[in-house]
Structure formats: structure tokens, C-alpha cells
Ligand binder design. Structure first.
Ligand code: ADP
Ligand code: UDP
Length: 236
């Protein structure tokens, strides 16, 4: 499947149309952003690592019965996906406190919750992705009650599947962000799952193995992504 025309250039990926109106190509670039796109740097190999990482995870989720966008891996940096009508809210699941939750609630980083949390954020860089809730989703028509309920159920199910997968590789899945969309009316997992949009800590040392290495200028960003990929069995 060939790229037809560029539809959208995001902070990390470029979206292309194809000859099939139901399918898109996502091209993973090396661009790495923080502070809602205000800081952007190129990290060599990131496009390749995240593309293959995402393909691997989405396949695992598909095998576990999660409806995902994935059609085929096209190249080192490109994947063929179902064209979704994206729901403009990000679903965030947390198992431990980190990032914005630490700033918002003043809890200690690493605090382990009694049960996983589910939060919603509006996808809007200019407004810095403000936190929203179910009532706002219905009021603004971002998602219906049935759609949101399904997104929540799928997010918790994905957390169970992936927490187990990373645990077996000696890693803690601290938190992650998912984006869903509609394909022929069905809620489907879109976008990506990679160390760019989750937090992963080494179990023994609590070493950060995700995009926090970039956000916090810890160095060794791609080396950490590659280490995680190797441990869970992604062929790079
Ligand atoms: P951003 O828009 O946050 O800068 P990216 O650089 O990752 O993010 O751009 C990818 C864009 O493609 C995102 O806006 C995302 O919502 C959208 N997208 C991801 N998967 C799909 C899909 N399967 N169908 C349609 N749009 C998608
Ligand atoms: N996240 C993301 N995109 C966003 C915001 C958050 O992928 O626009 C991910 C982030 O990498 C982390 C989780 O969602 O794994 C929770 O992020 P948080 O709310 O703590 O925000 P942060 O301050 O880390 O951006």
C-alpha cells in the first residue's frame, strides 16, 4: 500500500491517505516533543523503535480480543491502520502516581493506588490538554455514554494485559495514555502505544525507561526504549 497524500503532520507522526478510503498510513518520525510541542528534538532511531514497539503491542492486544487499528507493518517506520474517526479525549490509566497527578494532588511519586485510576484529558495542545470528565464528554458530544463506557472498560482490560506483559520483563507499568476512535461505528484503539506515551520503571531499581528520560533530561532515551523492546521480545 502506497502513501497518497499527507493529511496531517502531528508532533511525532505523519498521517497519509491511501488508495483505500478506509485505511491510512502512520509514519513514525524521530521528532520527540515535550511541553505540548514547545520543545522538539530529533532522536535517532526513535521512529523505527516506536513503530515496531507499537506494532508488537497492538498485536498482543488484538490477540487478547481488543479491537485495534492495526492492519500491517509496512516498513521500519510506517504502519497501515484503519482510518478512525478519532474521539478527541485521551484516556489515562495509572497504577502508581507520577507526572501531572503528582503535581495536581501533591502525592509522592511512586505511590501505589488501591486500584488503577481512569482519567480523561481533552486533546488540545493550546489549552495544554485540560482534564475533563464524562459529563463534559456528553455535553460537547465528544463521546456518548455507551462509547465512553466501552473506552473505560477497554482501557482497564489493556492495563491488565500490559501490566502482566511488562511485569514478566521486570518492568512496572506506571501509567499510560490511549486514544480511541470509531471504525464503522465501533470503538477501536488508535494512535500508538510506545514508551513515548507510557511510564515504565525497572522493577528492581525503579529506573525510568520511558519518555520521562527526555522530559527530565536524563539522557539515554532511545537506549532505554530499546532495552524495553528487547526485554518484551520486539524485533527491531
Ligand atoms: P499529535 O496530533 O498529538 O501531535 P501525532 O504526531 O502522534 O500526535 O499524530 C498522529 C495523529 O493521528 C494524532 O492526531 C492521532 O489522533 C491521529 N490518529 C492516530 N491513529 C489514527 C487512526 N487510526 N485514524 C485516524 N487518525 C489517527
Ligand atoms: N501522556 C501522553 N500524551 C499526553 C499526555 C500524557 O502520552 O498528551 C502520557 C504520559 O506519557 C504518561 C501518561 O499519559 O504516561 C500520564 O501523563 P500525565 O497526566 O502524568 O502528564 P505528563 O505531565 O506526564 O504530561
Amino acid at each position: 500500500m502506497e502513501k497518497l497524500s499527507e493529511l496531517y503532520r502531528g508532533k511525532a507522526k505523519t498521517v497519509y491517505s491511501t488508495e483505500n478510503p478506509d485505511l491510512l498510513i502512520l509514519e513514525f518520525r524521530n521528532d520527540t516533543s515535550a511541553l505540548d510541542g514547545q520543545r522538539i528534538e530529533q532522536l535517532e532511531r526513535k521512529g523505527l523503535v516506536n513503530n515496531k514497539f507499537n506494532y508488537f503491542i497492538m498485536n498482543k492486544l488484538h490477540e487478547a480480543g481488543i479491537p485495534t487499528q492495526v492492519e500491517a507493518l509496512l516498513s521500519d517506520t510506517a504502519i497501515l491502520v484503519k482510518k478512525l474517526d478519532m474521539i478527541p479525549v485521551e484516556c489515562v490509566i495509572r497504577n502508581r502516581a507520577a507526572g501531572s497527578l503528582v503535581r495536581r494532588l501533591g502525592v509522592e511519586e511512586g505511590f501505589i493506588f488501591n486500584q488503577p485510576t481512569f482519567e480523561l484529558f481533552l486533546k488540545n495542545d493550546e489549552l495544554h490538554d485540560p482534564m475533563v470528565n464524562d459529563s463534559l464528554c456528553y455535553a460537547f458530544n465528544w463521546a456518548t455514554e455507551a462509547q465512553l463506557s466501552q473506552m473505560k472498560t477497554l482501557s482497564f482490560k489493556i492495563n491488565t494485559i500490559l501490566s502482566d506483559l511488562f511485569d514478566k520483563a521486570g518492568l512496572i507499568l506506571v501509567d499510560f495514555k490511549l486514544e480511541f476512535g470509531l471504525f464503522k461505528g465501533e470503538i477501536t484503539l488508535g494512535d500508538e502505544f510506545s514508551p513515548d506515551n507510557c511510564r515504565l520503571w525497572e522493577k528492581e531499581t525503579l529506573k525510568k525507561m520511558d519518555k520521562d528520560r527526555f522530559r527530565q533530561n536524563l539522557g539515554g532515551v532511545i537506549e532505554a526504549y530499546e532495552e524495553v523492546a528487547k526485554r518484551i521480545g520486539v524485533t527491531l
